[in-house]
Design a protein around this ligand. Sequence first.
Ligand SMILES: *[C@@H]1O[C@H](CO)[C@@H](O)[C@H](O)[C@H]1NC(C)=O
Ligand SMILES: *[C@@H]1O[C@H](CO)[C@@H](O)[C@H](O)[C@H]1NC(C)=O
Ligand SMILES: *[C@@H]1O[C@H](CO)[C@@H](O)[C@H](O)[C@H]1NC(C)=O
Ligand SMILES: *[C@@H]1O[C@H](CO)[C@@H](O)[C@H](O)[C@H]1NC(C)=O
Ligand SMILES: *[C@@H]1O[C@H](CO)[C@@H](O)[C@H](O)[C@H]1NC(C)=O
Ligand SMILES: *[C@@H]1O[C@H](CO)[C@@H](O)[C@H](O)[C@H]1NC(C)=O
Ligand SMILES: *[C@@H]1O[C@H](CO)[C@@H](O)[C@H](O)[C@H]1NC(C)=O
Length: 466
Amino acid sequence: MARSTLPQRLLQTVLLCLCATYTSALTLDPTSADSIRQVSSQVAHGLMKYYTGNNTGDVPGNLPDPYYWWEAGAMFGEMIEYWYYTGDTTYNANVKQAMLHQVGENNDYMPANQTKSLGNDDQVFWAFAAMTAAEVGFEDPPEGSPSWLALAQAVFNEQTDRWDTQTCGGGLRWQIFSFNVGYNYKNSVSNGGLFQLAARLGRYTGNQTYVDWANKVWDWYEDSALWDAKQFTILDGAGTTDNCSEGSKEQWSYTYGVFLSAFSYMYNHTEDEAWLTRIDGMLNTTATNFFPASMGPNIMVETTCEPLGNCNTDQRSFKAHLSQWMAITAQLVPKYHDRIFDLLAPSAKGAAGQCDGGTDSVTCGRRWNSTVWDGTYGVGEQMSALGVIQTNMMNVISLKPPYTSDSGGTSKSDPNAGTGTSGTSSSNGQAIHLTPITLGDRAGAGAITAAVVLFLMGGTAWLLIA
Ligand SMILES: *[C@@H]1O[C@H](CO)[C@@H](O)[C@H](O)[C@H]1NC(C)=O
Ligand SMILES: *[C@@H]1O[C@H](CO)[C@@H](O)[C@H](O)[C@H]1NC(C)=O
Ligand SMILES: *[C@@H]1O[C@H](CO)[C@@H](O)[C@H](O)[C@H]1NC(C)=O
Ligand SMILES: *[C@@H]1O[C@H](CO)[C@@H](O)[C@H](O)[C@H]1NC(C)=O
Ligand SMILES: *[C@@H]1O[C@H](CO)[C@@H](O)[C@H](O)[C@H]1NC(C)=O
Ligand SMILES: *[C@@H]1O[C@H](CO)[C@@H](O)[C@H](O)[C@H]1NC(C)=O
Ligand SMILES: *[C@@H]1O[C@H](CO)[C@@H](O)[C@H](O)[C@H]1NC(C)=O
């Protein structure tokens, strides 16, 4: 399906404004399951309109330009949650097809033709989607395909293999391939991603090796410059060229979410009280930083870019992940339930108020503190709105908690999945045949700005992009 061009969109906006009396914002009652289902269904419909992968001749699992491969993984993860929250099976077949088509040659979410935009964070977002499928009991893949759990285990095995003690005393680099810009950078979302994945695998399988790895990643991160432990402030990342001595200052909602929920899986599984203090501190800064009183009461804001209107394609989707991961925290650590939904319910109402845009009237804007569509649209805006709206189901009905292999989970374990195929270095044959990426190509899940990349790049990286 072709989206309308920008001029067309602008015209539509003008027409919409002229016809403002004939449109009204979607009204969400966040205390009503029917209302949440109905509004979620409209917003999900708007989201899946962007997806062309099931059209004849297109590739299942890919989103059209300008959306990077990771965002498709994040979107399918959200659509699995959509089914979990609402029970609506409309998109399940498409979602399953997409999830299985993108597993790559080694069943590890590293398809060779995505290598140039594939960092550890990109890969882990697909692993999160597979893990969610296992945890919520999404229909299992057919015989002969890897299980949801095995796909997540493959990513875990490869990423732990990439754990790098040569610089910064440990940690995962942002990029997997040394020819990709960002290889000399260790970022919070990649390390938080492995931490969360390990915690979830530990909880699901009961295998202590995963829990040990989660602790190992956390112990390294806790002492690193990638965050400010006293203030519970998560920074974007730090460069390896100066041994991670200084963190870059940008802050993003999804990095808070990735750690917050990882703490919650750990607490739920281990009941170690130390995680509670971290959850408490992280909720404090999450509330202060991303629900600023200046922009409306309890309304989620991507504060680093949204007020300035310069969020990039990736960043526009981050509120979806913070929403989902706050909700998971409420589910796994019930003592924080009310505190979390005091924030998520008003944000959901606000988001719904932005979802009557476009000619289809299911297009969502970005600024949730106004019921007049702000004229923005895209997969990120749509995902963020769906994320915050659908998670409110958890506040009104009783949902089955994420499965473990002892409590209903049917996904088969393959602890050796992905081993021997880590694709870490240039010794990986497929990698060296690829053209090095340029700065313009590079995006992925990383939120880092081009300026920071330039600052961090070593001499060889300059040669590569020259
Ligand atoms: C693709 O999926 C969407 C959403 O489920 C559906 O509306 C559309 O008809 C599908 N297209 C094809 C060609 O199957
Ligand atoms: C990339 O590889 C997949 C298989 O992993 C294939 O189906 C697809 O056609 C290839 N091309 C694109 C543009 O995704
Ligand atoms: C790099 O940082 C790690 C962790 O802080 C430290 O153990 C190591 O000694 C540092 N290496 C150098 C060369 O400074
Ligand atoms: C979170 O904020 C509350 C209220 O200001 C405070 O009492 C508590 O100590 C904070 N938690 C942490 C871990 O700093
Ligand atoms: C809504 O948020 C924007 C920033 O995203 C801000 O500029 C504006 O003043 C806010 N409006 C209200 C009514 O709070
Ligand atoms: C773990 O999560 C489940 C599901 O919500 C909840 O019932 C249980 O109380 C949680 N365990 C702990 C220790 O909080
Ligand atoms: C636990 O996980 C580790 C790491 O993947 C694996 O080597 C081991 O075989 C697993 N144990 C069981 C009982 O599955």
